[in-house]
Ligand binder design. Sequence first.
Ligand SMILES: *Cc1c(COP(=O)(O)O)cnc(C)c1O
Length: 308
Amino acid sequence: MLLPPDTWLPQAPLEPLHLDWLTDAGIEVAILRLDQIDPLISGNKWFKLIEHLKAADRAGAEGIISLGGAHSNHLHALAAAGRRFGFATVGLLRGHPQETPTVRDLQAFGMQLHWLGYGGYRARHEAGFWQPWQTQYPTLHPVPEGGGGLPGARGCMQLRAQVCAQLTGLGWNDYDGWWLACGTGTTLAGLVLAEAGDHPVYGALAVPDDHGVAQLVERIVQEAGVVDAAYELFEASRGGFAKVDPLLLEFIEKTGQASSIPLEPLYTGKALMALEQQVTAGKFAPGTRLIFVHSGGLQGRRGFDSQA
Ligand SMILES: *Cc1c(COP(=O)(O)O)cnc(C)c1O
């Protein structure tokens, strides 16, 4: 049994976000705090895992094998879920053995780790990559990097209902769109599926253009058979994935002081900063109401702080 008990239904709080640049432009933003669903199983990675866990459960698997880097939010959420709900987890890691706060947690949660090197990790998209691992771990169900694909997106669809259930609490009767960070675009694709054209979904790209996010979103939308897909992507990587600059760090610091919202520099910080740029440039009319998704990732920030 890989699924959490029915009583474990993580709900993300929806809170008003007050920042001067929003007030000045007459834009209202509510922030969906996926970073607050649980102390350990945090962020969009839990929602991306749900349908994979259901598939593994249906297949009679005893656990999950997946892959990621030494700061991976995905492996962290997976290992924490395995520990909490009592299933086995194996993590295939990029690069050579290193100690990061994330890796220490993975080990403490009981995840078995294999380091693939860089070349070995690059081979993850090749046909036959999983074969030897499935021979070694025949009872484990493989989940792609980051919990992606259509199952990953499907798990994120419920975020729409979580928002709708909390709108009246904000005094809103509706909203005009979503704004969130994109790595693979799976979470955005889930919202696009859930909306089916009702509200647009705006994605801030935490990766450079050539990562094929648009193609991946298209593939998921087509696979799901959804016709009305309303979304728009914005460059937000600021020179590359995980590239950090002083302006970004200053923005994160300032936002934390003004709103007490903690952001990390890889995804959520870049996403909110890209929103500021668009708001300041007049992309949204005064009176626009947006949902900003805080996709989590704060555990990964620890490794970053100690490097800086
Ligand atoms: C993984 C991750 C993302 C990107 O999610 P995708 O579904 O791959 O687009 C965004 N924010 C945080 C904090 C993440 O860990």
